[in-house]
Design a protein. Sequence first.
Length: 450
Amino acid sequence: MSGGMKYRLVAFILAMAGMIVLIAWTGHTSWQRSGELREKLTTVQLQSFQIAKHLQQTIWELNNLVLRYGAYHDTNAWARFQTRSKELDNWIDDERPILSTEKERQLLDLINTRYDDYLAAAHGIETRIQSSPPEATPLIAFADFEKQTQRILNVGSELAKAHLDSMSTFLADSQQSLTYLRVVLLTSLALLLLAGGGLAVVVYRELIAPLRLKLVESQALLERQEKLASLGLLAAGVAHEIRNPLTAIKAWLFLQQKHLQPGSPEHADTEVIANEVNRLERIVKEVLLLARPSEPHLATVPADEPLRQVQALLMPQLGKANIQLTVQDSVSFPVKIDSQQIQQVLINLIQNAADSSGHDGEVSLRARLDNKRLTDRVAEVIILEVADTGKGIPPEVEKRLFDPFFTTKDAGTGLGLSIAARIVEKHGGALQYQTRPNHGTTFGIVLPRA
Ligand code: ADP
């Protein structure tokens, strides 16, 4: 894996981990806060009982003060009554803003009126005490006061009940909203996680996996050309020297064969020699092709034309191994190529694809349009693809894939891909491939659109 790809992969994994932590943290915090809010709302509910309680307690306190004043003519008690009654008056006014319903406000107004009656009754007792001799005030004088006390306490209870009702409705609504909020929160978190997972898959498929699609370019190309430059000089010289004696051996062998009886052991020996000579000739031809590739003679042809030509050429041979060679839906945009050379490349790629797919395999050809960077800018390109359903290219082979003479086959020369890459580069294009272990490999000849 290249440094750039490793970096992208790590960045991607970190980003995903960050997103998951963020989602978990948001979910946890919101869940906790909504729980706290629920509890708070329940305590507010309890506070609504305080209204009646406070009113009742203060009225009883005031009553005690009036009784003390009435019974013992304790002027301190009367002074305290006046202070406390004023406080209660203010408290009643303060309650108004926290009431939310019309009924509660009406009841508070009623309390106000009855409180005035209550105070009038208390003052009635005070007037009576001021104007009578200093003996104890008869109980009858408290009857009206007692009545007013009861009236105001009754309305107080009614207000507490009305307040409780409105609070209950409010709390029920709030709790419902909170429950709804929690459900929404959980659902959105689940959806977010799903979306995150989906996004991860899409990002991996669309951004990271295609990075495995390697263009045989830049660094790799330079390295290969350096290797070829040194190797090519030597190999081309040796190959040239071998070619002449090989031609002579072939000619002599042909003459010898004429004197031998077909089917005899001697004739069979010469067949073996002839096969080996042919193999040597092929290697020499390929080495020379690699070392000194001829300049392509470009002509404009429809992109799918070379595909159909090699299909017709190779079908009989592949058919023997029951390998299907098909041309998929293809574009027929014009490309500028040396047909002979591109056919040579396609034959090499198809041969490799067939070797990898084995008996009953499938090899498909396709010409498609794409956008790619070939020189200094991204432009429209035509890609001639050879896809197989073979075993894929193992990583250790990938590292040396384009090395001349590197082969994993007994009868291979290890020159096919080197030559193919060289020819495609001479066309101003690039060779790319994509491989998946046990699924197959797709090689692509990327050519600039004519
Ligand atoms: P050769 O075919 O003579 O071995 P190549 O340069 O064409 O030489 O290929 C080099 C090596 O690359 C092959 O030996 C094979 O291991 C591997 N290879 C090439 N194409 C494929 C493919 N389509 N599927 C699997 N392996 C491949």
